[in-house]
Write a protein that binds this ligand. Structure first.
Ligand SMILES: Nc1ncnc2c1ncn2[C@@H]1O[C@H](COP(=O)(O)OP(=O)(O)OP(=O)(O)O)[C@@H](O)[C@H]1O
Ligand SMILES: [Mg+2]
Length: 240
């Protein structure tokens, strides 16, 4: 039987993943700074908030900025909040408090909100520095077990340093059911935005590199690249 999915409604994307993101899966959305990670998650919130509840946990941008940015792309987050379909929670991690405090705060939010979709933006800002890798493992295991038992779809956003071949902290990719990468590539004189789906549970998905643009309605995949441009992109960048 086909798995139930949340369509992203991003033009050109859902066709790549059998119609959308499998419900109840944990997706790692890793990308360069400014590549469009938060915007991708906003598309998902916009798509699911008509019928179900979303919880966005932010560690960097203020609630007002999240709402304002979403609004710029035509996503009416204020209405979703008023209708009780979206909760935006801001967290200000204090390093001395450690990860366990944040875990219990997020867990309490999940209990209170009972979301179908959870966005954590981002685990990189949360991790602080790599001294916390052990705590990060605990955090991810906890999020995994809390959300799996409740069939919550999770988007874990992770920063991918420019020029880095590493995907994140080296732990999250193993617990993820799906991995989407968003990166920049320089092709001739222009910087282009590209994305690829590296992994998606129970999904016959594309392994191609897709160029996308960000316009007034958000992300939009571009038609398949010309062969020589595609070759330049694949020579030019590492997705794994
Ligand atoms: N109105 C707009 N029209 C077109 N592009 C825009 C518009 N607003 C923002 N952008 C583009 O979207 C990018 C930001 O997208 P987004 O905030 O989703 O990225 P991000 O990967 O979450 O970044 P960060 O690493 O800072 O969290 C900007 O760098 C800009 O290029
Ligand atoms: Mg962001």
């Amino acid at each position: 039987m086909a798995e139930l999915r949340i369509p992203t409604l991003i033009p050109g994307f859902d066709e790549l993943v059998d119609g959308g993101i499998p419900i109840g899966s944990l997706i790692l959305l890793a990308g360069n700074t400014g590549a469009g990670k938060t915007l991708f998650s906003s598309h998902m919130i916009n798509s699911s908030s008509e019928n179900s509840k979303s919880l966005y946990c932010g560690f960097f941008e203020s609630k007002e900025d999240i709402i304002k940015n979403a609004n710029n792309f035509g996503f009416n987050f204020s209405k979703f909040i008023d209708d009780g379909k979206l909760v935006i929670s801001e967290f200000f991690p204090i390093l001395e408090e450690g990860i366990t405090t944040i875990i219990s705060e997020i867990e309490a939010e999940i209990e209170k909100v009972q979301p179908s979709l959870l966005v954590i933006d981002s685990i990189s800002t949360l991790a602080g520095d790599l001294k916390n890798i052990q705590e990060m493992r605990i955090f991810l295991k906890m999020i995994h077990s809390i959300t799996k038992s409740k069939n919550i779809t999770v988007i874990l956003i992770s920063e991918l340093p420019l020029n880095s071949k590493k995907m994140g902290l080296g732990v999250e990719e193993f617990i993820a059911d799906g991995i989407i990468i968003m990166k920049y590539a320089q092709i001739r004189e222009k910087i282009r935005r590209c994305l690829a789906v590296l992994k998606m549970r129970n999904t016959h998905h594309s392994m191609d590199i897709w160029e996308f643009e960000i316009g007034s309605n958000g992300i939009k995949l571009k038609p398949a690249l010309e062969k020589d441009d595609m070759l330049l992109i694949s020579n030019n960048m590492q997705f794994t």
